[in-house]
Design a protein around this ligand. Structure first.
Ligand SMILES: Nc1ncnc2c1ncn2[C@@H]1O[C@H](COP(=O)(O)OP(=O)(O)O)[C@@H](O)[C@H]1O
Ligand SMILES: O=P(O)(O)OC[C@H]1O[C@@](CO)(OP(=O)(O)O)[C@@H](O)[C@@H]1O
Length: 722
């Protein structure tokens, strides 16, 4: 199978059927065939062609590249009675699924019990395309509202037309008001938490008790129930944290599995340093990279050849206030943690608030207020010290979040980091007045600095004054290695400039940032409808849907239609397994894209077995998985870590998309995707609850990520494993 970067190519099929008589006879052409996408030879599930002009009907669809040829035929349905089908004469049409082809055989239909013959001109083209090509093609069509072609192929137009649900007996009985289906969210909560509140707690300040105040100190409570007095045991209950999670003990302690990218710790944080000799000596299984392939290979190379300071990385944010520094820092932290890098976000503002209180007026930030400048430099140095100590204890990537807007400040940081870690400056620049105005208002709403300001407009005024003081002394970065994000969110000619960036991890960071944006849109995550294997308690496989699963597919179609009715465009992503394709089938009007990367965790030799059968016939496998479900790899199959690795392109593409996306996938895969959005530690991934017949809506917004859940129906057979 052809693939690029872990994404399998797809066979794009474009069909045209032409006859002036079809419309006269009130006949609608359809296509049905051997693949589930084409209805598995079930005339009820045949794909309708869309009328392009008086005599021409079109259909484009996508099937995964496969070994078996795709057999199909045309059939005609009477417009007012779709149960009356006329199948075309002659042998099945057959498409080899690996190449580009064109077929032109005329379709012949016998009408009126053979007394009349209808001939239609047919053109069938196939082409191998990547999911990216397809998404680009769809986007182009939406933007220009005219047919576009990507590498010569037509647009993706699947299940278009207004028949569909009601006509095919797909009525779902869904309530008009979707709010009726909302259920509580167990994790993220529906409120947005100001990202700075979730950053590292200032251990130097808390340990020495040098806090002079205040609200912030009051809000950081010692979690005595855990009986541990280390600074990591402070639970943040800051104002505004409505349902978001402060890093828990487990999260902070989470055994981050190094997926081996540019860091010295292979299996867990440890004070040991790495050398070629201890690499050889300590190469027992547990010290080896948890993931294999290119990622691990890059890590081995880095570990063996890279100078020590290159293996620790600090991203130092630079920029005027309200330029999205904290927002970007939090997002990058989440991404790197999800990939398995031990990453921490240090926010100097949090240190300032703890040491100097939350009620500082703009005056405190004046460039000629010597006391103010010294106080700010002092807390920056404290945060940097904390970060460097943490790195010495095994941390890999530190994100240092402050304005750092003068050269003197940056020089101080570089000096402190010398010989300890590599520094990359990440400068966020925004010149768009509208975006700035929105950002300023968001900051005054969210920042603990204004929590006690009852007059909102007075807060805005004070913040604007603070901004002008910063502007007076601001020196854009021209030194060292840097990434500049310039007007990336305004949608008007934004760009990313980079200087002196090298190495695997910095490269990934650049790629991630270039794909991020702020366009609000929902991402809907759902498992497929209940499958026959779910009913039998069998894992893996490629079974079709149970009756309950089919009902869910219809409810989901109705939900998508209602939820996305005001959207200009959206896309439906499925895996290449038929339970997700069948679940997507009733959805009309949106392109559907199959991703191999969304296929369920490969259970290898256990595929098709029940958990009980595994326990009885492979007790050692059962026990190993129970002990370490995250790292356990099924023999000839995959581990959760493998799944996360192959999902990275999916995450990047979800970040890049500006339109809503509906992801119909599987339990393990959705656990991994959800963990990214909910910032869950890797150790928790294999046990995250992803119930059947429930939609998890992730709202990507200007203030961060929010979650909402809709339960459309009960799951009959629970399918959580081991
Ligand atoms: N690259 C960016 N450019 C401009 N605004 C951004 C960017 N990224 C995020 N934002 C927006 O800026 C708002 C304020 O961001 P924040 O991170 O608190 O600012 P800062 O830390 O720079 O003071 C965010 O809520 C977000 O909507
Ligand atoms: O990792 P565990 O908890 O076993 O969950 C993953 C399992 O979920 C299942 C259901 O048991 O997913 P799916 O519903 O997509 O079929 C299995 O196929 C898969 O092996």
């Amino acid at each position: 199978m052809a693939s690029s970067g872990g994404i399998s190519n797809q066979l794009f099929i474009s069909v045209q059927l032409e006859s002036p008589r079809l419309a006269e006879l009130d006949l609608d052409p359809h296509l049905f065939g051997s693949h589930p996408v084409a209805g598995s030879w079930d005339p009820c599930k045949a794909l309708p062609l869309e009328r392009a002009s008086a005599a021409v009907w079109n259909l484009s669809c996508v099937v995964p590249s496969q070994r078996e040829p795709l057999d199909f035929k045309f059939l005609l349905k009477q417009r007012d009675d779709s149960s009356q089908c006329i199948v075309e004469e002659g042998p099945n049409r057959s498409l080899g699924c690996q190449s580009n082809e064109v077929e032109m055989r005329t379709a012949v239909f016998k009408l009126d019990e053979g007394k009349d013959v209808l001939e239609c001109k047919v053109q069938v083209e196939t082409e191998m395309l990547s999911p990216f090509d397809l998404a680009a093609s769809w986007k182009a069509q939406q933007e220009y509202l005219q047919p576009s072609r990507v590498r010569g192929a037509h647009d993706v137009t699947i299940n278009t037309g207004l028949e569909g649900s009601a006509k095919n007996g797909f009525a779902s009985g869904l309530e008009l008001d979707l709010e009726k289906y909302v259920v509580p969210t167990p994790n993220m909560g529906s409120g947005v938490v100001y990202a700075a509140n979730l950053t590292e707690n200032p251990r130097s300040l808390l340990q020495t008790g040098s806090s002079s105040n205040n609200d912030t100190a009051k809000d950081i409570v010692y979690n005595s129930t855990k009986g541990d007095s280390s600074p990591n045991h402070y639970v943040n209950t800051m104002k505004g944290a409505t349902g978001g999670h402060a890093p828990s003990l487990e999260e902070q302690r989470a055994m981050f599995v190094d997926r081996g990218v540019g860091s010295p710790n292979f299996a867990r944080p440890t004070k040991q340093t790495f050398s070629v000799s201890n690499f050889k000596l300590d190469s027992e299984a547990k010290d080896m990279p948890a993931a294999e392939g290119a990622v691990a290979a890059a890590a081995v190379a880095d570990q063996m050849y890279g100078p020590k300071e290159d293996r620790k990385l600090t991203i130092v944010l630079v920029g005027l206030p309200a330029r999205g520094k904290t927002f970007t820092a939090a997002k990058l932290t989440r991404y790197l943690r999800w990939l398995g890098h031990e990453t921490k976000h240090f926010n100097v503002g949090k240190y300032r608030r703890l040491k100097h209180g939350t009620n500082q007026t703009a005056d405190f930030f004046r460039g000629d207020n010597r006391e103010g400048v010294e106080a700010r430099n002092e807390v920056a140095a404290l945060a940097m010290e904390d970060m460097l100590s943490w790195m010495q204890e095994g941390g890999q990537v530190g994100i240092f979040d402050a304005t750092n807007s003068t050269r003197i400040r940056r020089n101080m940081l570089m000096k402190m980091a010398e010989g300890k870690c590599k520094i990359i400056f990440l400068e966020t620049i925004c010149n768009d007045k509208d975006v700035l105005e929105r950002n300023i208002r968001l900051k005054v709403q969210q920042s603990p600095d204004y929590a006690e300001q009852t007059d909102f407009e007075a807060g805005v005024q004070d913040f604007k004054e603070r901004l002008t003081y910063y502007e007076k002394v601001y020196e854009p970065v021209e030194e060292g290695s840097y990434i500049k994000m310039i007007d990336m969110v305004s949608g008007k000619g934004g760009q990313l400039q980079i200087n002196g960036i090298s190495g695997y991890l910095p490269g990934r960071i650049v790629f991630f940032l270039v794909n991020c944006h702020l366009t609000p849109r929902p991402i809907l995550l759902t498992r497929h409808g209940e499958s026959m294997d779910n009913v039998r308690g069998r894992i893996g496989g490629d079974s079709s849907l149970s009756e309950a699963g089919q009902l869910y597919s219809r409810k989901l179609a109705s939900f998508v239609e209602k939820r996305l009715k005001s959207e200009r465009t959206a896309s439906i992503w499925t895996s290449t397994l038929q339970r997700t394709i069948l679940t997507a089938h009733p959805i009309i009007g949106f392109p559907k894209i199959q991703w191999r990367a969304l296929d369920e965790i490969n259970a290898g030799v256990c595929d098709g077995m029940t958990y009980d059968e595994i326990k009885k016939s492979k007790p050692e496998e059962y026990e190993s998985r129970k002990k370490d479900k995250l790292r356990y790899r099924y023999p000839r199959g995959e581990s959760y870590l493998d799944v996360i690795q192959r999902l990275e392109p999916v995450i990047i593409e979800l970040e890049r998309q500006r339109a809503p996306v509906v992801v119909i996938a599987h339990q393990a895969v959705l656990r991994a995707l959800y963990a990214y959005f909910a910032d869950k530690p890797l150790e928790e991934v294999p046990n995250i609850e992803i119930p059947l017949h429930t939609i998890i809506e992730i709202q990507m917004g200007v203030a961060g990520v929010q979650e909402k859940r809709y339960k459309l129906m009960d799951a009959v057979h629970p399918t959580a494993g081991l």
